[in-house]
Write a protein of this length. Sequence first.
Length: 472
Amino acid sequence: MSLFQNVSDKFFNPFCCRNRELYFECVNQLIEKSKEIPVLYENDARNCLIIYLLNGMYSIETEDIGEEISGQRPAPENASIILRYFRRCGWITPKEIGRNGDNIASVSPYCRKLVDAIHKIFDRDASGAITNHIFSIYEILKASLEKDSARAIRPYSNILVPLVENECDLKNELLVLKDSIRTIMHAVMRMADANSFGQFLMKDEMLDRFFNDYFFIKRSGLIPGYISGIDRMLVKIQRSEMYDRIVDEYREIKNVDLFAAKEIIDRQFGELDSFINLEYEKEMAYIDKKINTYYNLYSTRMLMVLSNNTNLQHYLNQMLMQMRDLDPGERELLLTRLSECFRLKSFGYISRKSFERRKKRNPNTANAAIDTGELSEEEKKKLTDEILKEYPDRYSMDQVKAYFDGRSFPQGKLAVDEMGIHSRDDAMMVAAGIIYSGTAGFPYEVEFGEGMVETEVAEISNVRIVRKERNG
């Protein structure tokens, strides 16, 4: 059935006249008013328009729409004329007397849908639209595979149809992203001063929405997992008995044979599979490429703007090519003259650690207590055995005796300065010998002389080690 057979011939006329903006706002007011009350009567609709016309800032131009509407007329008369005009165009339902005796003035369904579509196209916030469609597709598939799912009762209407709708909307959103990059590039090319660049970065809402949505997709890490899950669940549905139920429901709704139904259902599933596995990645790769092109264009354009539209890189390259053919003396002179044209300053920076204040300890912190306890006799014995047996004293009497036994004693005596004290261990052995001197079982004794002897390790008293008896 043709579109124009469902609506009045004058249905689109309010959008093609001088007061089109006023008419669009008036029908918006009527739609919002109808949401507040159960039934919108003509008297309520007229009062709503009167208040809007009195408070609105729109200038009403003289227009003959069967009855003349003009800014010179009172607001009640203009409101009545607008209501009658809307009824002739099919924006308001035909006259029908309600329970209170007044005519009903409900906005027609086609007008509501038209206004809603206009708002969706031009006014809605596009931020997050791509990810919302991906999440919707994932949730529809997940719910359809759950046990006793309500969507599985009518799988074609409640599963495949919303999947295809979200896929189409997702394609449109990707096209919007690509068009946004093109629009941004054109805006950058029109900029002629640094102030324009600043205003573009700070105030352009389209740029903010575009990059927010794009970087969420790239950085969140969620989308690849959802795309993989969608692909897996699509394959699972096509291989289950739900596929046959989708075909059967489509045959019943469209009144077609089995072959035609399977052909259309397979084509729709094929489009979903192709988009999820191929087109989505292809479109995102294209957008990535365009983003890089945008960055390069932006930096190049900013460089030209800040250099008064002069390509300094070109001139610098041309100068270097000419310097290559100069004599060394002329080249040195040219570089000297060029260096005089620039003033360089050196700036040093310190880190935050240089002036960071030390944090004070909390004086109210309670001191940790030391746990006290007693060892059992078995534990004491074990520790004692470890100290005395398993880890013997390095400077015990036997160890010192063995140390001196390895020395030669001419005439039975050995002075400290003759021993060659080269390490701390040698000095400790001499000290231990002084301690054990005169002890029973220790075959050496010590004689003290006058003064001190300087060794490589320490300054030691002038002593002589005397052997009491010959050890065999």
